[in-house]
Design a protein. Structure first.
Length: 261
């Protein structure tokens, strides 16, 4: 019953892409007369360290050996004519585009920093959407209104909610006696949230609640004041969120200017 927001995964490219614009520099190794530039090794080291690996002689040696292996294999593939294979050529082109797209994302992020004022505004906006309370609720989801009314009738006769929830269509919560754990109303679809917030502790809905998922019987186990995480704690996530939104808008603007047939 949770709503999920979708963000484009393009920001991942920024973390993975290696800047292709290498200047001529010192050679780290030569393979059949072909130089592996030191800058390429350094770029791989940089990626590894951003993923938590400490920069060390062993790491640099391992990366150098890996780059030599890649060069040996790629040279042999070219000798065998694999570069002319259509599938291989398409993969190479996709890799090229991914690196360029990643470089664009990195450059855009660098040149369009998110201000402190923007971050705090986003924080306050999200806080206002969360509300002042969070709820610990259970529900039973069924196909028809008649089924939901039958469940309510059983609850009126002191049937155990958790037992009845075992047959809920929501398999995830059914395994937990219908429990949805602590959540804010904004996490649920509107009909569900509206019904939930009207309940008192220990009460269940006396009329079935319809949503796009089916018919619900909801019980409120508890409610408490919402304690939003401090601004500094969520600041990195807010920054990433706003960067993603800005990049999505830039992509939309570029698509609008492009001639797409």
């Amino acid at each position: 019953m949770l709503k999920t927001g979708k963000f484009a995964a393009l920001a991942i490219l920024g973390a993975l892409a290696i800047n292709p614009a290498f200047a001529e520099d010192k050679s780290a190794a030569m393979v059949n007369g072909v130089s592996i530039p030191q800058s390429r090794i350094d770029a791989r080291v940089k990626v590894a360290t951003t993923q938590g690996q400490p920069d060390s002689p062993d790491l640099r040696k391992a990366i150098r050996e890996d780059m030599i292996n890649l060069e040996v294999l790629s040279q042999e593939a070219v000798k065998l004519g694999m570069g002319k294979d259509n599938d291989v050529a398409q993969q190479i082109e996709l890799a090229r585009q991914s690196v360029l797209a990643g470089a664009f994302v990195q450059n855009y992020t660098k040149n369009h920093p998110i201000s402190e004022a923007q971050l705090k505004q986003e924080y306050n906006n999200l806080k206002s959407k969360l509300g002042e309370k969070e709820y610990n609720a259970r529900h039973i989801l069924v196909e028809t209104e008649a089924e939901a009314k039958a469940i309510i009738a059983q609850l009126d006769k002191k049937a155990k909610f958790e037992k009845l929830a075992e047959k809920s269509k929501d398999a995830g919560s059914a395994e937990r006696g219908g429990s949805l754990d602590w959540a804010v109303p904004n996490n649920f679809v509107p009909p569900f949230a509206n019904a939930l917030t009207k309940l008192k502790k220990g009460e269940y809905t006396k009329e079935p609640v319809q949503s796009q998922f089916g018919w619900h019987v909801i019980r409120l186990d508890d409610a408490r004041d919402l304690k939003a995480p401090p601004y500094e704690e969520v600041k990195p996530q807010l920054q990433q969120r706003l960067h993603q939104q800005a990049i999505q808008k830039e992509i939309a603007d570029l698509r609008a200017k492009a001639k797409i047939e």
